[in-house]
Design a protein. Sequence first.
Length: 210
Amino acid sequence: RASEQRVSQLLEEKELLLREVHHRVKNNMSVIASILSLQAETLEDSNAREALADARSRVHSMMILYERLYRSDGVSDISLLSYLSPLIDKIIMTFGNAPLIRIHKDLDDFVLNARQLFSIGIIVNELITNAMKHAFPDGSRGNVYIQGKREEDFVILSVADDGGCFPEDVAGVLEKGFGLQVVKLMSKQIAADLDVSRGEMTRFIIRFKK
């Protein structure tokens, strides 16, 4: 009984320590995001400012993950819904055309580990950013659809828009665009299949094993 109590105590101490680590990582990322914002304000080149804003957005997606880890009952597993929903809201708020774009979220509530969620957060950030910046030119209105579903042992994540502005050369864009290269890299890290379809909507589909 004494041994069981000691093991239980050690596990509690470990969880407390991991939560503290998550909290400190999140705070450090907050400092990094602030530095990126300050640096962007000093630049006159619009492309450089945009690049720093994109980098700050990626940091924010990581911050939300560590905030959720710090506040969750477990230390490594979080609900997809509780992570992605506020992340999507935060990403959308950074764009001036946000009032013109309707966001549709269809996210199932199931748990994933932090390693997978880290990649998912970066992927969603890049795909929504790409849609908001390029799919709706000249102040046009439109819709962005984010869906996360579990089908047996697999997770299906998709981000789609009805802007209709994605180039026909899908393979070329995936090779040249930095943000989409990040999507490919993050998909590879979680052994996910990545598909892109064009038509009435441009849709990115990521499928991986839970």
